[in-house]
Structures are given as structure tokens and as C-alpha cells.
Design a protein around this ligand. Structure first.
Ligand SMILES: Cc1cc2nc3c(=O)[nH]c(=O)nc-3n(C[C@H](O)[C@H](O)[C@H](O)COP(=O)(O)OP(=O)(O)OC[C@H]3O[C@@H](n4cnc5c(N)ncnc54)[C@H](O)[C@@H]3O)c2cc1C
Length: 493
């Protein structure tokens, strides 16, 4: 067995977007930085590798021009016609709306006011943005998506002198007599190693890949749910921090969970994603209706724009018999070319009549036919317009469960159905931090000296629901805050 002792100014646990942002910021403070990553290098980078967007405030062309490299001014102006700006007030309203006013407003204030600064700061680290190829109100994506972002992060951080320890899982925090965190114990392929540090940043994700914690906090049925992301985020950082008195914060009973193809695998790895991409998301529900195996609708599919409803749809589907739903559409949508690109490989059923379609599904056919007829009769006139990422107000009238927007009748064959299930993306429950420094709060009401947290590990921002692109934005912003805080504190010691 090797004697394994390492020493850094700042030790970052994790190697996703929040961790790498913290590492960059700590290095801005001239700190010597080490990163621990549980996964092997080819599967490193966490859920961040599987992403596309960050949701940030911008006031128009001048704000985004510096971060978009490979686009002419004219093309960029044209792209901005879809979503010309996102003001601080708008983003504030979105968060308050989707979380039913339950978001932590101190965190939100920093999240919003620092979002554009963080994007521009990431650009100084070597990142750029390109037009999004998805139907999303985040019209720009990271170049190469989250996978590209993480590969660049690994390369640039290593060039700057950061040291990555792959296949190294942090297991415990080490404290001195005063309660200050002074390092981490970790399991490596060669046994247990001690990593000493002046500051430790925990950025090792939530507990979405831990069935025991899912059952404990999210409730019955969540233990067997499939995971959209990596298998490595098993709540280790939360457990380690709470073991020394870190204060839990935010919503531990809700999570981000979205409609996925019925064939969604149990989890995804970055190396599999690099070859196959992510083909499982099924986000056409807002242009469709969803029915359960009883043939009944169970939720307003068009209560808001897609980016503000998809993260709560998984929970609604999981609550249906067998945890299954069908998305139902007719040929009108197909002919409008509005299909999400992922649907070309979707599990599907297709038939010329609703009766024939129903016969192909595991569904109560008479109820299903009645549901579609009642829905069709309730659709109100108006202009169907999903393309500008705004509500079109074309809804139903008189149904117990309305469809508030994007309601088109389902009456022109061929008809199509997609069986979907819930896939958990990440958990919302986390630790209480000081937003400006990322310092973790102790249950005694004081910050824990030497301990910082970022990314999915921070609780309070997301409650019950979530606006798309906010996980990566929060990870980058609070990663930057935590890296700054940890780096400054370490360099003063
Ligand atoms: C399929 C998919 C698509 C998504 N798309 C988007 C999107 O477009 N926009 C958006 O904003 N959000 C998106 N999200 C959510 C987003 O991925 C998260 O909000 C974000 O990645 C969180 O970043 P993080 O750094 O906290 O966690 P992660 O990126 O998951 O990183 C956590 C890291 O910690 C490591 N780790 C875990 N335990 C230990 C341990 N004990 N020791 C050492 N290392 C450990 C993991 O291996 C991992 O590298 C998506 C998620 C999924 C699954």
C-alpha cells in the first residue's frame, strides 16, 4: 500500500462545472489547486458533461457579442429576434413564479446579478457560445455543449497547473481542534489517501444516483426511478458535510425530473454520451396531450413555456399507474416541422385512427377515445404559436384539467403516441451557504471555517420546479464565488 499524502491550498471535490469554476476562481487568487474526481478521466465531469445551456441575464446584442465567436453580427442579430433580452426583473419573476415564491431570495439575488459577469468570466477562461440546436428559450449553447465545456476545462486547468486526481472518491472531511476543515480523506485505487488543504470546496453533486437517499427524501417510488445523469452523484458531499454539522437548506422532497423515453437506461456516462449523445428527452408534451394507462389526462401540458414546465413533468408521470404516460399527437404538428430532433429515434406507435393507435398501447381504449374527443371539443379558437417561446393563450375551456396554451385538436391521422417515463435529473436539497463567498453554514448559525460548497450541493434556489439552463448557471456562479472565497481565505493563512 502506497503512503498517500497530498497538500494543496484549495482542494475541490468533484470535477463538474461547479468544481472547475471553483478551481479557476481559486487559481485567480494564486492558490495551488487539486481536484478529486470519483470517476475515471473518460467518465469525469459529472452531469455537467450532458448539458447544453446556461440561463443568464443579457440586455441585447452588446452583451452577447463578446461570448459568441463564430457568428456574423447579422446572424447574431437575427438569432436575437427570437429572444431579444432577458432582464434581471424577468429572471427574478421566472424564479419566483416556478418556485411559487419559495426560492431563497438572497441566493437568487446573487445568482441573477452575477450571471452575465460569470458568463463573461468563463469566456476569459477559453469558452464561447454558439446558437442552440434545441427548441429552447436559451438561444445560445456552450460550444460543444457541456461536454465541450468540460473537456476544455480539464485541458486548460491542467495547463494552468491544477492537479486532477481521478478515480478518487472523497469519503470524510478532516477537521482540526478548532473545527476548521483542513482536508479530506478519500478512497483511491491504491487505498485511502489524505488530502490536506487550507480550504475545501465541495462540488460533488446531489443525491440523484443514490436510491436509499431518494427514497428517504423524495419519497416512495423514487428509489427505483431511472437516472438521466451519471451514476457518481450519490450524495457523498452532503453526507460528509452534514456529519460535521453543515446546515441542510432548500427543498429536500422535490427534484428536477423530466419526461424521458420509456427505454431510458438506468444512468448515462460521459463516455457513452460522447458516442451516442442524449437521445432520451421527450419534450413535445406541451404541443401534445399526455394520457396515462387509464386513458386519462392528468396535468395541464401547456401551463407555461416548455422551459418552465419540463422539470416538474417527471414527477407527474411517476405518479401515474406504472409510472407511464403516452404523449399523443396528430399529423398537424408533424407537418409543421416542430418535432424535437430527438423524436426521430423515439419509441413510438403510429396508426391512421385513434382506435387503432389505442389498440397498440397498454391503455384503456374507450377512456382514451373519450378523453381525446372531450379535449378536441374543448379546444378554443386562437393563434397557435409556440415558436417565439411565449405563451400563445390558445387553450381549452370547460375541462377539469385544462390545457392552457398550445392547444390544437388531435383529429388528423396518422396519429402518433410515445410512451414516456420519469427520469430524475438532479436533486434540489442541499447546504446553506453564504452566497457571496460560498462558505457552508453550520447548524449553530456560523460558517464552518475552511468549508465551501457549490453546484448541486447548494440548497435553496430551486423548489418544486426550475427554469431551464439554471443548474449550469448556478454551478458556474456559485462555483466562482466559492473558489474566490476559498482561494482568498487559503492565501491569507
Ligand atoms: C441529461 C442532462 C441534461 C442537462 N441539461 C442541462 C442544461 O442544458 N442546462 C443546465 O443548466 N442544466 C442541465 N442539467 C443539469 C446540470 O447537469 C446540473 O445542474 C449541473 O451539472 C450541476 O453541476 P455540478 O458541478 O454541481 O455537478 P456535476 O456536474 O454532476 O459534478 C459532480 C461531480 O462530482 C463527482 N463526485 C461525486 N461524488 C464524489 C466524491 N465522493 N468524490 C469525488 N468526486 C465526486 C462526480 O463524479 C461529478 O464529476 C442537465 C442534467 C442532465 C442529467
Amino acid at each position: 500500500m502506497k503512503d498517500q499524502q497530498f497538500e494543496y491550498d484549495v482542494l475541490v471535490v468533484g470535477a463538474g462545472n461547479a468544481a472547475c469554476s471553483a478551481a479557476f476562481a481559486a487559481m485567480d487568487q494564486k492558490a495551488k489547486v487539486g481536484l478529486l474526481e470519483k470517476a475515471p478521466k473518460h467518465d469525469g465531469g459529472g452531469n455537467s458533461t450532458l448539458t447544453g445551456h446556461m440561463r443568464f441575464v443579457f440586455s441585447g446584442f452588446d452583451d452577447v457579442r463578446p461570448i459568441v465567436k463564430n457568428m456574423t453580427d447579422d446572424d447574431l442579430r437575427k438569432l436575437l429576434e427570437k429572444v431579444p433580452q432577458r432582464t434581471e426583473e424577468q429572471l427574478w419573476e421566472e424564479f419566483m413564479h416556478v418556485t411559487a415564491n419559495q426560492t431563497d431570495q438572497e441566493l437568487l439575488q446573487v445568482h441573477i446579478s452575477e450571471s452575465l459577469n460569470t458568463i463573461k468570466w468563463l469566456a476569459t477562461k477559453g469558452h464561447d457560445w454558439v446558437p442552440s440546436h434545441q427548441i429552447s428559450d436559451n438561444i445560445l449553447s456552450m460550444n460543444g455543449g457541456g461536454y465541450g465545456l468540460i473537456q476544455r476545462n480539464f485541458k486548460i486547468l491542467e495547463q494552468l497547473g491544477a492537479k486532477f486526481h481521478f478515480e478518487t472518491a472523497a469519503t470524510d472531511l478532516i477537521q482540526d481542534d478548532q473545527g476548521r476543515v483542513v482536508g479530506v480523506r478519500a478512497l483511491t485505487p491504491d487505498g485511502v489517501a489524505i488530502f490536506k488543504a487550507k480550504s475545501v470546496v465541495l462540488a460533488c453533486g446531489g443525491f440523484e444516483a443514490n436510491p436509499e437517499m431518494r427514497a428517504k427524501y423524495l419519497g416512495p417510488g423514487w428509489d427505483t426511478v431511472r437516472v438521466r445523469g451519471v451514476p457518481f452523484n450519490t450524495g457523498d458531499g452532503l453526507r460528509m458535510a452534514m456529519a460535521i454539522g453543515a446546515l441542510p437548506h432548500g427543498s429536500w422532497t422535490t427534484c428536477h425530473a423530466a419526461p424521458q423515453d420509456i427505454e431510458l437506461p438506468p444512468f448515462t456516462t460521459p463516455s457513452a454520451y460522447a458516442v451516442e449523445g442524449n437521445d432520451w428527452v421527450r419534450y413535445m408534451y406541451y404541443l401534445a396531450i399526455m394520457v396515462n394507462t387509464n386513458g386519462e389526462r392528468f396535468i395541464d401540458e401547456g401551463s407555461d413555456t416548455r422551459g418552465k414546465t419540463y422539470a416538474k413533468m417527471g414527477r407527474a408521470i411517476l405518479a401515474q399507474p406504472g409510472g407511464v404516460a403516452y404523449q399523443i399527437m396528430d399529423s398537424k404538428i408533424r407537418n409543421m416541422n416542430l418535432y424535437h430532433f430527438n423524436y426521430k429515434n423515439a419509441t413510438t406507435a403510429k396508426a391512421d385512427t385513434l382506435e387503432e393507435l389505442g389498440a397498440q398501447l397498454d391503455i384503456n381504449v374507450p377512456n382514451f377515445i373519450r378523453t381525446v374527443r372531450e379535449y378536441n371539443a374543448a379546444v378554443q379558437p386562437g393563434k397557435f404559436n409556440p415558436e417565439k417561446h411565449q405563451l400563445d393563450g390558445k387553450g381549452t375551456a370547460g375541462l377539469t384539467i385544462p390545457k392552457s396554451n398550445y392547444a390544437l385538436t388531435i383529429d388528423e391521422g396518422p396519429f402518433e403516441a410515445w410512451p414516456v417515463r420519469c427520469g430524475i435529473t438532479f436533486t434540489y436539497g442541499g447546504l446553506k451557504i453564504v452566497p457571496e463567498t460560498g462558505q457552508v453554514q453550520h447548524v449553530a448559525g456560523r460558517p464552518i471555517q475552511g468549508l465551501y460548497a457549490a453546484g448541486e450541493m447548494v440548497g435553496g434556489l430551486f423548489v418544486g420546479n426550475y427554469p431551464s439552463g439554471s443548474g449550469m448557471m448556478a454551478g458556474a456562479t456559485f462555483g466562482r464565488m466559492a473558489g474566490n472565497g476559498a482561494g482568498k481565505s487559503a492565501m491569507q493563512r
